[in-house]
Design a binder for this molecule. Structure first.
Ligand code: Z16
Length: 781
């Protein structure tokens, strides 16, 4: 229900407002950027009152503080137009100005304040909390440069800074909230005197829920100098040095650490983590005090969610405030802290579990190290300290009321592996909340054709009640055809875009096979490209053998220091060059690596995909969320029993899912076999031949052994079991060919994937957190 107090302009009023903005703010210019900014200004004028009235409605209600180092929100204009029902009006104004809405939307820079799944999950959660009526503030950092922009030169990754803020960001409001955050210094008798203070200045991005039903806030902290300009120093002739404190403060929020699933391990990173944690706690405690509420009632008014261990220092910081500022006893403080803190774990990869040397932590945050040592003393079995390091996962677990994993399998593995000891001590603490994605952006926004077909079949209302997709069953023949027609149109559109922007001609009738995600050995893009090479080799052997045409699409960023991942990108590029120019295979096989994968590129690719590649080594991908987006857009998954793939397969049905590979259990026992890779390669001549092509200069004649490193890894240690899973992957891929050759059969399976993916809405996930972790009921309409 739209709030009665909220007014969304009529189409005519919207048009008039945009034209007025264009003339008043942009001198009547009608270029893409001016129109985009004029439209954003008008939308902001609609959103801000919606936001304010929602804040009033939520006042006094228990709320969530979602602490996350990453929020990968992408572009906002399209989402806002859709939510407010102004998309058609905006299309019309743009046409009147001689532009298309798509072109206008595309000049908005992506706000890429995140690396991958974890940051995008936080963005989906903001949308869902605002939609289901869960009062929330998402607390994050206002990085000047988000994730780097990836270029491809000579088929290799290049990195340049992304500047989403340089032309002003129309969706934010500089808030009245700001706090001084201390660092370094000394502690005497439990009193911390920091030697450096940096100002945390809040910037609010209003987050309107669907159709203005409710709203939330994304509050991003910017680092500013307490005193930015030293006039004395300037007058003394030190013109540059006069701004030094300003420069050093601003360095704190300069960049997002570009790591996904690997530990950053830098002092500046810890500084960022503390800055986020301390500013956010100061903010929510200020609200609590301003409401005149006693500190003991904090758990009745706020639930703090730690998104991974990145903000785990919030635990000791809360203890510090409660003990040092509020005068609570240690035990009482711990009880209170555990009443508000909860922790979401997103990975079991040992190299990704944060730990900080005690020396470093004690230097930057001396009082916090003392408190951590007290915590470790009070909970000797918790494993908070080890090897002179503070283990942040154990710390977060020890201080949390609830700890959750992000898929059923991941949660079970948490109990058996990283947190086995802690789980035995606290068997009620770990719960599962399987991830989800917002269907507003990931169906209606990116795939309007599919949304139209669904609405035609089952009526309105499903976008906020996604389980209603189930009403598509039993499938009516007209519905399956309509969805297949939408898919075909999306593929034609993508093919045109690939031709225009990448210079690659692809056949829209081919199977569009897509793997888009961060590049990582455990995600196994190298398994995919090796299968591609083997397929190419077989096609060349027998071009007339009735192959199903394929377009292999890859995109993803590699962490700048992750050499192996960069080699995988390089290899994909070289294979693409060779294959795409091969007259023998021609339209049978095309390979594309698209640069600068981001939210907007995902929105373009997912609606046009036939096959979704979810091929991580079982036990390694905590959940995955791209897997859900593909399924709800009618792609079939080829995947392992890993993360949420397991639950996707259970729901869409085994006969509509291309399963392959070892289970997590089989992976562990297989790894224990000496020569597991060599044995697998010996048994699979196709793989041996594909690996040979990496060593003999097939793809780079001037430098024949360039990719020998990848071949050696797969042949030797092969920690991620590429060799051992190859044969079954090949089998599943040929099964995919057979299924695809039966167009009607495929269309039905695709439609069933859509009809059965309603459970993967992040609205369901958020309701789960509200009920099982936060103890929050929705604010009524
Ligand atoms: C991240 O994106 C994830 C885990 C992590 O420890 C750090 C980062 Cl930056 C991902 C998981 O890899 C993925 O499986 C999961 O779907 C996602 O977080 C959201 O839970």
């Amino acid at each position: 229900m739209r709030d009665e107090a909220v007014t969304v302009p009529s189409d005519a009023a919207f048009r008039a407002a945009v034209l007025e903005r264009l003339s008043s703010d942009h001198g009547g210019r009608r270029d893409l950027c001016s129109v985009r900014r004029a439209m954003a200004a008008v939308l902001r004028g609609v959103v801000v009152p919606i936001w304010q009235s929602a804040l009033e409605r939520g006042a006094g209600h228990k709320r969530v503080a979602y602490l996350s180092m990453e929020f990968l929100i992408g572009r906002l204009a399209g989402d806002t137009l859709l939510s407010l029902g102004l998309r058609d009006a905006a299309k019309a104004v743009c046409l009147e100005l001689g532009l298309t809405l798509d072109d206008v939307l595309e000049v908005e820079p992506d706000a890429a304040l995140g690396n991958g799944g974890l940051g995008r999950l936080a963005a989906c959660f903001l949308d869902s909390m605002a939609t289901v009526g869960c009062p929330a503030v998402g607390y994050g950092l206002r990085y000047e440069h988000g994730l780097f922009r990836q270029g491809i030169e000579d088929d290799k990754q290049t990195e340049t800074p992304e500047d989403w803020l340089s032309r002003g960001y129309p969706w934010e409001l500089r808030s009245a909230r700001s706090y001084g955050i201390g660092f370094f210094g000394t502690v005497t008798d439990g009193v911390w005197k920091p030697s450096e203070t940096i100002w945390a200045q809040g910037y609010d991005v209003p987050v309107p829920g669907w159709q203005g039903s409710f709203a939330g806030t994304l509050r991003l902290w910017a680092a500013e100098a307490v005193q930015s300009f030293d006039l004395g120093r300037f007058n003394g002739g030190d013109h540059v040095g006069a701004s030094e404190t300003e420069a050093s403060a601003r360095a704190l929020c300069r960049v997002l650490y570009p790591d996904d699933g690997t530990e950053a391990g830098q002092t500046l990173r810890l500084k960022q983590e503390y800055f986020l944690s301390a500013a956010s706690l100061a903010d929510l405690l200020a609200d609590h005090r301003a409401a005149g509420l006693p500190m003991e009632t904090l758990p009745d008014h706020v639930a703090i969610q730690l998104n991974d261990t990145h903000p785990a220092i919030a635990g000791p910081e809360l203890m510090r405030v409660l003990i040092d500022e509020e005068g609570l006893e240690f035990d009482a403080a711990l009880k209170l802290a555990r009443g508000v803190l909860n922790y979401t774990n997103h990975t079991l990869l040992p190299e990704a579990l944060e730990s900080w040397p005690e020396m470093l932590l004690g230097w930057l945050l001396p009082r916090h190290l003392e408190i951590i040592r007290m915590l470790a003393g009070a909970m000797p079995g918790a494993g908070i300290l080890g090897g002179s390091e503070v283990r942040m996962g154990n710390l977060a677990f020890a201080m949390a009321g609830r700890v959750n994993g992000v898929s059923a399998l991941h949660t079970e593995l948490m109990k058996e592996t990283v947190f086995a000891g802690l789980h035995r001590q606290h068997p009620e603490r770990i719960v599962n909340q399987t991830n989800g994605v917002t269907p507003r952006r990931w169906i209606a926004g990116c795939n309007p054709g599919l949304a139209g077909a669904v609405t035609a079949a089952i009526g309105e209302g499903w976008l906020t009640d996604l389980e209603r997709l189930g009403e598509l069953e039993p499938l009516q023949p007209g519905v399956v055809e309509a969805m297949a027609e939408v898919k075909r149109a999306n593929k034609v559109q993508l093919a045109a875009w690939l031709g225009a922007t990448q210079g690659v001609q692809v056949d829209p009738g081919a199977m569009f096979d897509v793997q888009i995600k961060r590049i990582h050995e455990y995600k196994r893009q190298h398994l995919n490209i090796l299968e591609t090479i083997a397929l190419w080799q077989e096609m060349r052997d027998a071009p007339q053998a009735g192959w199903v045409p394929r377009v292999k699409i890859f995109a993803g960023k590699a962490a700048p220091g992750y050499h192996f991942a960069k080699e995988i990108i390089h290899l994909i590029g070289k294979v693409a060059r060779m294959v795409n120019a091969d007259p023998v295979t021609g339209d049978l096989l095309k390979v594309v690596f698209l640069p600068n994968y981001n939210v907007s590129l995902a929105e373009r690719l997912i609606p046009a995909a036939d096959l979704s590649e979810q091929i991580s080594t079982a036990g390694k991908e905590a959940s995955g969320t791209g897997n859900m987006k593909f399924a709800m857009n009618g792609a079939l998954t080829i995947g392992t029993l890993d993360g949420a793939n397991v639950e996707i397969r259970e729901r869409v049905g085994a006969e509509n899912f291309l399963l392959f590979g070892m289970t997590a259990e089989e992976v562990s026992s297989r790894r224990a076999i000496p020569d597991h890779a060599a044995t697998a390669i010996e048994a699979e001549p196709r793989l041996a031949r594909a690996l040979e092509a990496l060593r003999d200069g097939t793809f780079i004649p001037d430098w024949p052994d360039l990719f020998a490193g990848i071949a050696d890894n797969v042949s030797g240690p092969d920690h991620f079991l590429v060799a051992s899973d190859f044969a079954d992957y090949w089998r599943a891929q040929r099964e995919a060919d057979r299924w695809f050759a039966d167009a009607d059969g495929w269309a039905e399976k695709a439609a069933l994937n859509v009809a059965r993916s309603g459970w993967f809405s992040s609205d369901r996930t958020i309701r789960g957190y509200m009920a099982d972790i936060w103890g929050i009921s929705p604010v009524s309409a």
